[in-house]
Design a protein around this ligand. Sequence first.
Ligand code: GDP
Length: 456
Amino acid sequence: MEDTIAAIATAYGEGGIGIIRISGSESLSILNKIFVPFKKQEIESRRMTYGTVKDPADGSIIDEVLAVYMKKPSTYTAEDVVEINCHGSVISLKKTLELVLREGARMAEPGEFTKRAFLNGRMDLSQAEAVIDLIKAKTDRGFDVAVSQLDGKLSVRIQEIRKRILDLLVEITVNIDYPDEDIEYITYENVRENISLIGEMIENLLSTADAGRLIREGIKVAIVGKPNVGKSSLMNSLLRESRAIVTNIPGTTRDTIEESVNIKGIPVQLIDTAGIRDTDDIVEQLGIEKSKQAFNSADFVIFIVDGSSELTEEDEEIIELLEERKCLVLINKQDLGTVVEAEYFENRLSEAHVIPTRLVDGEGVNEIESYLEQMVYGGKVSQKDSVLVNNVRHVELLEKSLKALHDASNMVSSSEALEFVEVDINQAYTLLGEIIGETVSDDVLNEVFSRFCLGK
Ligand code: GDP
């Protein structure tokens, strides 16, 4: 971390401004070599200065810029940082960066600025990871979760749990090391109670993981049903714009149509499928094959039937595929009559939720959205619950530490020596430490920061 690093910090392309970021002990001296303030003044920390970037080799002007020097330690990386606001032109940014590199900086690796912030103790690992999530968030809700994690809410929760484990470890160690001293004796019952309390805290965090994952990655929803029942109409209502062609000639949705929508803060990928049915038409068969695949790769299925006429063999085929699957059944075209009853599906499909709809004018769509929302949050997580675990690495570590605690608890039950119990509890402590980066290997660090973009 001795060297000074630099990168283009803004997105590649044309824009109003583009920023070169430099971090490390040489930042200011590099700036002084390539930047000439218009008023020839000294560069002060935290003051934007107007001037030109000039190539010191031949004096040629590269760009007119605003530059700022931020003295350590209160900076993003906790090192000296310089930011040069160039015009948002790819050429200007490239040329300025080249100069900066020529004058002694090294090209930063992806995520290296944030990695330095972490290594310099500016933020813990879970906060550094929140920076990536924040940049990549697709919905407001995903963004909120990242902001809360960056703010340290998850870290605080993890530290609370670790503090409890540490207290327990101290008590056990004292009992092991100084059994003859006049100290309060810790009973097995006591240890078990403590372990179970800590386990509950971890389980509580883990119970938010499904919702966390879905908010981050979104869900894939397949819309199925025979031709002409209202799949495209639903798709359109959800998209609130007419991109999928709505027509009453069966089989026009030959291929699947995929669209991403934001439903109550959850990124949802909708897959509109051609009707699943036997057909000799080759083009249509391709579509149907695709539908079946989409159907199988979806997290959730919305099945639409025409409620104004009797169910057909095609409907039955789909119903068979849906047995045991969590799905939403829409009995559509309520305005044309109600031949099909909700009870029928409730009896046939134990995991189904039924909603009567009139998709032609959007009736029932709100209820569908609410149902999807409720399904994602699973009743366990309220919308405003701020701590959500949404990172696979964190989930794995929480699960492993829970397992270590279970092992410890089992040993307590069979009255094994406290020394052995301590090993497992210690393991849980270390694993939780990996979440915030207190106990973490270089490999893990490299893996985490490799997911960043350049310049962050
Ligand atoms: P898809 O083939 O399943 O995608 O069905 P579409 O969404 O293309 O709908 C087929 C036809 O049914 C269109 O003419 C729609 O306007 C009509 N439709 C859809 N929903 C309703 C509804 O609730 N009531 C009535 N009366 N017609 C509907």
